[in-house]
Design a protein around this ligand. Structure first.
Ligand code: NAG
Length: 237
């Protein structure tokens, strides 16, 4: 009667082996899958984000929409006011008395921007709020010959970016291209363009008079009718 326990034992061992192999197979696959997810992903690329580009969508939104993971520049905490934006090119259009101001976003979360404009030592004029995609704004009704200081301000839920010594001696120190939020702009005097026009018209008049005189004294004489020209004024008198 030793045969039946032995047979049972053999059966049990085979079943358990089969069962184990069946159990192991999916587990092994799982482990392989886990290995794949643990493998470092392809080196991520930078998102197509330019802090100075006008109508730039925030990098976080680019990241959400990107088909592949991409990297965004680090930002300061949203619980802090933004760092000041960096003023870029200021293009003055003298004819229309306007200027186009460019800037670059700070590395902070920003909800909106606006411009501040000082003329001389007067009070600051605040421009309309611009949404966080804006990097360019137009200043209008600038006076010919006027000099101004313009600053870009960024704001978020925690406050607004700082402006160096607003409206006073501090801004007199701002000159030329800066790396800060402020810059000077000078509108050329309109009288200059008037002077240019006057000089141009004057030159044309002088040239016309000269050619008329040359024609009168030289050419008509050569063609043999100077007497009529000379006699006309006396006849009039
Ligand atoms: C932001 O403002 C610009 C115009 O200055 C506009 O074209 C754009 O649609 C605005 N974006 C959002 C998200 O409101």
């Amino acid at each position: 009667m030793l045969g039946s326990p032995c047979l049972l034992w053999l059966l049990a061992v085979t079943f358990s082996l089969v069962a184990r192999s069946q159990l192991l197979t999916p587990q092994d696959f799982k482990e392989e899958e886990e290995d794949e997810t643990l493998r470092p992903p392809l080196p991520a690329v930078l998102c197509d984000y330019d802090s100075c580009r006008h109508l730039q969508v925030p990098c976080k939104e680019l990241q959400r929409a990107a088909p592949r993971a991409c990297l965004c520049p680090g930002l300061s905490s949203p619980a802090q006011p933004p760092y000041p934006p960096r003023l870029g090119e200021v293009h003055v259009v003298a004819e229309t008395g306007s200027a186009v101001v460019h800037w670059c976003a700070p590395s902070s979360p920003v909800h909106q921007y606006w411009l501040l404009l000082w003329e001389g030592s007067g009070a600051a004029q605040k421009g309309p709020p611009l949404n966080s995609t804006a990097r360019r704004a137009e200043l209008k009704r600038l006076k010919p010959g006027g000099t101004y200081v313009v600053c870009v301000v960024a704001a978020n839920g925690a406050g607004e970016s700082s402006v160096p010594e607003a409206g006073g001696e501090g801004l007199d120190g701002v000159s030329g291209p800066t790396f800060g939020p402020c810059g000077r702009l000078a509108v050329p005097p309109r009288s200059l363009t008037l002077v240019h026009t006057a000089v141009g018209v004057g030159t044309v008049l002088v040239l016309l008079t000269c050619s008329a005189l040359v024609w009168h004294f030289c050419l008509r004489e050569r063609w043999g009718c100077p007497h009529r020209a000379a006699s006309l004024p006396t006849a009039g008198l």
